[in-house]
Design a protein around this ligand. Structure first.
Ligand code: NDP
Length: 337
């Protein structure tokens, strides 16, 4: 049983040395337990927070513990009345081949699901985050301008496509020409601007001639700096993530721009609201799942996965996620499905 544990806490960007790959014996299930084999492991930006000691909305991973993460897993051996060998489940199996479970937190996937890894992406936590953040907090109306950063990624790609379904003018922000091209040509956004371009702020302003009504915040940093002056009166800002800051070790040096931010929020009556998806919206998951399944069936929502083969490559893939190296929902294929 290969396991990847947290060897040390990163200072700044994580490195390979923060992780440790170890071999342990495959455990056997006791009565009431199932043995799960990970088929797909989801890699998500929130894991950076769990590598740090600082208390956040969830507890950190302890040193020496297996890195946590959602998995699509197969029941290998069941001593639990509700599960049979071969069942596919959504689990929190972590960065390892095998794990025991008493059934808590498991949910069965539909038998014969053609594409089980989607339960970690467009049909799972990231898709749900996009759906609730945009529709409940963003409240987009037809004809409005919606901007989303990390637009080719797991959350942003879904945000922009739902905003298009609602009749909005949708502007993506992504890193590099390939991502921007795919966001427009494959996902159907109206425009996508490269945040690495030297004249990024001017390009963004030109792409939003009527200002911004909804800004779905995934990033922070220089991207937010370019967005702030373009926000319209009564704009909504679902604050979903701040990936540009996850490796920060100190506050930036001045000038202090907090006054500018709060004055803009006040004078433009902007609604800026953070949310933690399952804590705030867990009760609406069934609604999301039914709506998103229909959209997928109808071809109204497209998805792109970035599948990395082999558990041993999870650390490097995760490090790359924080540098924009992934192109689509990042998933590790741990074993054949
Ligand atoms: P993505 O699949 O979008 O991957 C992360 C992307 O972030 C990278 O590919 C890169 O895209 C972009 N990025 C990384 N660093 C920077 C930077 N310094 N400046 C600009 N862009 C950067 O990840 P997810 O869709 O899974 O997550 C998106 C955001 O949503 C994250 O902030 C995450 O923490 C948050 N989130 C929040 C949840 C909640 O409950 N609040 C739930 C799920 C996700 P590019 O190359 O285009 O720059």
């Amino acid at each position: 049983n290969r396991q990847i544990t947290l060897r040390s806490r990163p200072v700044g960007a994580p490195t390979a040395a923060n992780f440790h790959l170890q071999e342990t014996v495959v455990p056997s299930p006791a009565a009431g337990q199932v043995l799960l084999r990970s088929l797909y492991l989801s890699l998500d930006p929130y894991m950076r927070g769990r590598m740090s000691e600082a208390k956040s909305y969830a507890d950190p991973v302890a040193l020496g513990e297996v890195m946590l993460g959602a998995t699509v897993s197969r029941v290998e051996n069941s001593q639990h009345p509700d599960y049979q060998a071969g069942d596919l489940v959504l689990a929190f199996g972590g960065w390892q081949d095998f794990v025991l479970s008493d059934g808590t937190g498991l949910s069965k996937l539909a038998p014969g699901m053609a594409h089980p890894s989607l339960a970690l992406g467009v049909l799972g936590m990231p898709g749900f985050t996009a759906y609730m953040g945009l529709l409940d907090i963003g409240q987009p109306k037809a004809g409005e301008t919606v901007v989303v950063a990390a637009a080719s990624g797991a959350v942003g790609s879904v945000v922009g496509q739902i905003a298009k379904l609602k009749g909005c003018h949708v502007v993506g922000i992504a890193g590099g020409a390939d991502k921007c091209r795919s966001v427009v040509e494959e996902l159907g956004f109206d425009v996508c601007i490269d945040h690495r371009s030297p004249d990024f702020a001017a390009q963004l302003a030109a792409a939003c001639p009527k200002g911004i009504d909804v800004y779905f915040e995934n990033v922070g940093g220089a991207v937010f700096d370019a967005v702030l002056p373009l926000l319209n009166t009564a704009a909504r800002v679902p604050l979903c993530g701040l990936i540009a800051h996850y490796n920060d070790t100190a506050l930036p040096e001045g000038p202090d721009r907090l006054g500018l931010l709060t004055r803009t929020i006040l004078t433009k009556r902007i609604k800026l609201q953070g949310f933690i998806i399952f804590d705030d919206y867990g009760h609406r998951y069934p609604e999301f799942l039914s709506q998103m399944s229909n959209w997928l069936k109808e071809g109204k929502i497209k998805f792109r996965e970035d599948i990395v083969e082999g558990l041993e490559h999870a650390p490097q893939a995760f490090i790359g996620l924080l540098e924009g190296k992934n192109f689509g929902k990042l998933v590790v294929k741990v074993a054949p499905d």
